[in-house]
Structure formats: C-alpha cells, structure tokens
Design a protein around this ligand. Structure first.
Ligand SMILES: Cc1cc2nc3c(=O)[nH]c(=O)nc-3n(C[C@H](O)[C@H](O)[C@H](O)COP(=O)(O)OP(=O)(O)OC[C@H]3O[C@@H](n4cnc5c(N)ncnc54)[C@H](O)[C@@H]3O)c2cc1C
Length: 457
C-alpha cells in the first residue's frame, strides 16, 4: 500500500498555468496539491521568448512584474518580410520577462496561499473509478517513494506533454491527441552582445520560409547588450531548428564576439484550443490545452487566461459540491470569450501563412497590402475584416497577384466564420461533437478553396 493524501484539487505541472491556477483556488480555502518535476529552486525556468503583452496583467488582476522579473520594457513588435527590406509594426507595451524570477514569484504567491508543492515529483498513473479519476500515483522525489494523491478534481497543467490527459481513455474528449504538424519546434539562446542594440525597446520577428519553414526567427532585446534570439519552425519534420539557427543566424554581425548565457530547445502548440478543456473531473489548462497563439506561439498570457477561466468554473463547482463535465463547462465558455475565439480564427491565418511563399510574404509586407492599423486590429482581435480585403481587391486587382488577393478573400471569410463558430460554442456538453464536426468541415472547405492538400496543414 502506498502512502495516500487527500486534497480538493490535484494539479500536475508548475508552469505559469499551474501556479496561477493553484493560487486562485487555494486563496478561497480549498486544499490543493501541485506536482512538479523540477526542484523548487528551478521552478519558472523555461526555454521561451520571454515576451508578454502588458495588457494581460490588468485583465487577469495579476500584479505587474517588477524588479528582477522584468529585463526590458518594450514598446513595439516589428514583423519583417523575408527580404528584410520592409516590416509591419504592432505598437503596444510589453515585458521581456526573466522567466525564472517570474515563475518564482508565482510559486511564492501560491505557497503563501496554502498550495502544497510536491517538487522533484512526477505523475506516473491515473486511477479511474466510476468514470472519474479517483487518485493519481506520483513518484515523490523528496520521499523517494510512490504516493497516491486523491482529489475531487485533477488538473493537467503539464505543458505540451499533457501528462495527465493523455493517460485517460480515448473516449474521454479531453484526451485528444496532438498532431506535431500543429506545433512549433524551437531553439533559442540568450546572449550578451559585444556592442549596443539599436532600438532596444523593439522586438523583431523575421518571417522566412527559407530560413524558418512554417515559423520565424526572433530577436528580442533584454537590454542594451543582452538578447533572447531564437528560431522556431513547424513541427513534425526532420529539420533541426538548432542546425538552421547556426546556419542562418549565427553568421550575422550581432553574433560576433557575443557570449552565450543560456540555450535550449522547446515545443509549443500552434493550433486551435483543445475541443474541451474539461471532461468528467479533469481540467486541462495552458499548453496542455493548446492555448498558445497559433501565429507566434505566445502562450504565457493565454495560459494564465485559461487558468483564470478554469478557476472561476471550478470554484463554482467546488462550492456547490458537484463536480462534472456540466458543472465545469463554464471553463470553456469563459476561455473562448476571453481568448479562444480569436485563437480559433488565427488558426486559419496560421494555415494560410504556412502555405505562402516568401515571394507572396514580401509582396504583402512591402506593398503594405495590409496597413499597420489593420495588422494591429488583426493581431488584437483575430479579425481580418472583409471590407479591408474588398478594398485591397478593388485597388490592386488589375495590378498583379490577383490570385493572392482572392486567397486573402477566402481567408477573411473563413476567419470570420471560425470566430463566429467559436462564439457559438455549445452551452452544453451534449452538443460538443456536433459543434466540432462543423468546425472540422470549415477547415476542410478552407483548405479545399486554397488548394492545400488535406493532412498537410
Ligand atoms: C522556444 C519557445 C519560445 C516561446 N516564446 C514565448 C514568448 O515569447 N511569449 C509567450 O507568451 N510564450 C512563449 N512561448 C510559449 C510559452 O512558453 C508557453 O505557452 C507557456 O510557458 C505555457 O505554460 P504552461 O504552464 O502551460 O506550461 P509549461 O510552462 O510548459 O509548464 C509545465 C510544467 O509541468 C511540468 N511537468 C511536465 N510533465 C510533468 C509530469 N509528468 N509530472 C510533473 N510535472 C510535469 C514541467 O516541468 C513544467 O514545469 C514559447 C515557447 C517556446 C517553446
């Protein structure tokens, strides 16, 4: 018999999603255990671009990062064309975080609220009883033994691994499998440079199918002479982002005489959210629920947003003492309203961009086919207004690239349809599969209209 402990909620994973979520639940007096592989002192460390929009903090009522958590405050993002001759600007204040310091703060807040952390520990097995998870078996790295954690609800916040949800029966909707073609695989370094960075408060994203197939490379200053630089490509291929990084990026001037501070690889989901973030007494949040932005992989803010949505629904359910898919369903509604609908629409844009040539990307950015204001609106709302596309078509139809513009019209149409479909997300779980069937039909139609072969998106 293994030692057993009982909690209201058991969370697997102490990244931003798990830590923020646990704190929100513990604050209300419920008992909660959080299981994390890393030792306490390493919690927060993560290979990441470290950028987050300032807006998330006020929205989620989360204290703004200060002191050592902030390495740089940025004022805009520039998205460069493959030729690097032109760029689009998205204005907006954001932080370059020190991920470890930020994570350590979230950890401190969680522990001060009463969260019990099992560090150096990992999930081994989920035990099911009567269509519920009744307990999980973890290896407790401090006791050096397996122990059982019993709970009323179990939360998968284990990042892209989806350590808990992928151990559940395949007919549990939450166990949906990840297609690695819908991820970005990245390599990034943090470096001290030998000379000052021009405009250190500007983040740069470089689009290029040649240098970063299906993704981009980035240059995010952390100060005058420190930078987070990396390259992400579409997953599910044999390509190695580190090799490509060293082929194209390390030969650049800024690399000369620079010193490496940290390096590593990582994977981020770049797709629509999990069809449902809840099933039975299990909830998935953050990367485990595929909440990152499909275009740029920014997932810190969306992970925190999904944690907030899940905490609201769970507190309601715990207070009435009834845990079920129905009672936790509010998680989906809140998340979709706050972020998921935009994410669903941007997934269509992701497919579009991944199938665009460098020549077309150059044309769109250099000719300002889409203006900076329109680009900003698109990045904030996930809406590419049809009126914009119509305007472009009228102005440019007879010049060149009619076929590209016609494809943009299809894109705008399907982004709108996708967003509307997400906003009509079912009120009840019983309508989910019908809803999902229609969503997948939209994907199929979209790809057919753009001539993209099924299975390659
Ligand atoms: C290279 C790269 C660059 C990125 N750049 C940005 C960026 O600039 N801005 C941005 O907003 N987002 C960025 N992201 C995405 C962002 O990092 C993630 O979306 C976000 O960290 C997800 O948080 P999470 O808490 O869901 O998961 P994670 O941060 O992955 O946390 C999951 C935790 O679960 C633990 N765990 C896993 N399995 C188990 C197990 N079996 N038992 C116990 N513990 C377990 C892990 O140790 C980890 O601590 C980037 C991602 C990558 C890979």
């Amino acid at each position: 018999m293994v030692h057993a402990e009982k909690y209201d909620v058991v969370v697997i994973g102490g990244g931003v999603a798990g830590l923020f979520f646990s704190r929100l639940i513990a604050e209300k007096g419920f008992t909660i255990a959080l299981v994390e592989m890393k030792p306490l002192s390493e919690i927060g460390r993560k290979v990441c671009g470290d950028a987050i929009d300032k807006k998330y903090f006020a929205k989620l009522n989360l204290k703004e990062p200060t002191g050592s958590e902030v390495e740089n405050i940025v004022k805009e993002v520039r998205v460069y064309s493959p030729s690097e001759r032109s760029y689009l600007t998205v204005k907006g204040v954001g932080y370059q975080l020190n991920r470890k310091a930020f994570g350590q703060r979230l950890l401190r807040e969680a522990m001060e609220s009463g969260v019990i952390v099992f560090d150096k520990s990992y999930l081994k097995k989920a035990i099911l009883k009567k269509s519920l998870v009744s307990e999980v078996i973890i290896y407790d790295g401090n006791r050096k033994n397996d122990i059982a954690l019993k709970g009323r609800v179990f939360v998968d916040a284990s990042g892209i691994a989806g350590a808990l949800r992928t151990k559940l029966p395949t007919d549990w909707w939450i166990s949906e499998k990840l297609n690695y073609r819908e991820t970005a695989v990245a390599y990034r370094e943090i470096r001290f440079l030998s000379s000052n960075i021009e405009d250190p408060d500007v983040l740069r994203i470089y689009l290029s199918q040649e240098k970063a197939p299906g993704g981009y490379w980035w240059f995010f200053p952390k100060g005058l002479r420190k930078v987070n630089v990396g390259l992400g490509i579409r997953g599910g291929t044999d390509l190695n982002p580190r090799s490509i990084f060293y082929k194209y990026i390390a030969s650049r001037g800024f690399f000369k005489g620079s010193e490496i501070v940290d390096s590593g690889g990582g994977v981020v989901p770049t797709r629509r959210p999990l069809r449902t973030l809840v099933f039975s007494n299990v909830v998935a949040i953050g990367d485990a629920a595929f909440t990152a932005n499909p275009i740029h992989g920014g997932g810190i803010g969306p992970s925190l947003t999904s944690a907030w949505a899940a905490s609201k629904a769970m507190l309601n359910a715990l207070e009435v003492g009834e845990i079920s898919t129905e009672k936790l369903w509010l998680t989906n509604k809140l998340y979709i309203r706050a972020y998921g609908a935009k994410q669903g629409s941007l997934d269509f844009l992701r497919i579009f961009l991944q199938n665009l040539s460098d020549e077309d990307l150059n044309y769109i950015i250099e000719k300002k086919v889409i203006s900076e204001d329109e680009f900003l609106e698109l990045s904030i709302t996930g809406d590419l207004r049809m009126s914009i596309v119509e305007k472009m078509l009228k102005a440019l139809k007879f010049i060149r690239r009619t076929s590209l513009l016609l494809k943009l019209r299809v894109l705008a149409d399907y982004m709108r349809k996708a967003k509307q479909h997400y906003l009509a997300y079912p009120e009840n779980p019983s309508d989910l599969l019908r809803w999902e069937h229609k969503l997948l039909k939209l994907y199929r139609e979209f790809m057919e209209r753009l001539g993209i072969r099924a299975g390659v998106y």
